[in-house]
Design a protein around this ligand. Structure first.
Ligand code: CTP
Ligand code: CA
Length: 217
């Protein structure tokens, strides 16, 4: 493995990585989100850089340090993320590690909603499935790597996502496994290519590097 970004299997390749959660605002002080820490996505960005790629990391609100020497773009909502991904859709490799909210409030109140007299139901709309959009607009030779977070039927559900979204690879995360999931520094994943799967365990940094070396090494 090269220790800088001068020579490696991804030298000359443009890689876009999305990471972290999105926030879908209900009003200025409330939002719908998830516990994604951004660690796995940041690790994927660092691993790609280590293998020589030119990396752009588009990420939601996280509290971990920005990786050094990587161009970062901060977003909040799924809609923001979609806009930024579209700008980079000519990348050689897109890695969708972001935990994109599936639903967003139909309306965002400009003022804080007061509890007195507030309605107790929230109308939601589904967000754009960004990976699916990328899969539909896939460029020649472009590689799309998605993630799948599951609590049951990990492989089966991840396989379905790979097919539906026209992804080339899916990294399947089981949230129910020990030492894996949103906040953990370690992970346990299956890498699927539609035909077979391989399991990797270790720190998120190790797992990220192993995934990219397995695919591109
Ligand atoms: N994804 C996306 N846009 C969305 C939702 C998800 O691009 N609006 C991407 C994620 O970044 C991930 C993959 O799709 O790479 C799978 O995300 P996941 O939440 O596991 O699957 P969903 O398709 O959203 O289905 P569900 O949450 O119902 O299991
Ligand atoms: Ca989802």
């Amino acid at each position: 493995i090269p220790t800088n970004n001068t020579e490696g299997p991804l030298t000359g390749q443009k890689v876009v990585v999305t990471a972290g959660p999105t926030r879908e605002y209900i009003d200025p002080v409330r939002y719908i989100s998830n516990p994604s820490s951004g660690k796995m996505g940041f690790a994927m960005a660092e691993a790609a850089q280590q293998l020589g790629a030119e990396v752009t990391l588009i990420h939601g609100p996280v509290s971990i340090p920005k990786p050094r020497g990587i161009e970062t773009v901060e977003i909040e909502s799924a809609a923001d993320l979609f806009e930024e991904v579209k700008k980079e859709a000519d990348a050689d490799i897109v890695i969708m590690a972001a935990a994109v909210a599936d639903f967003s409030p139909q309306e965002t109140s400009r003022q804080k909603i007061k509890k007195k007299g507030a309605k107790t139901e929230l109308s939601l709309t589904q967000t754009q499935d960004i990976l699916r959009w990328l899969g539909k607009h896939k460029q020649d030779g472009q590689q799309l790597i998605g993630f799948a977070m599951e609590t049951e039927e990990l492989i089966k559900n991840a396989q379905t996502k790979l097919e539906k979204k026209n992804a080339d690879w899916i990294v399947a995360n089981s949230i129910s496994e020990p030492d894996a999931g949103f906040q953990s520094d370690t992970n346990s994943v299956y890498l699927l290519d539609g035909k077979s799967q391989q399991q990797f365990k270790g720190s998120k940094k190790e797992v990220a590097l192993t995934i990219l070396q397995t695919i591109f090494g």
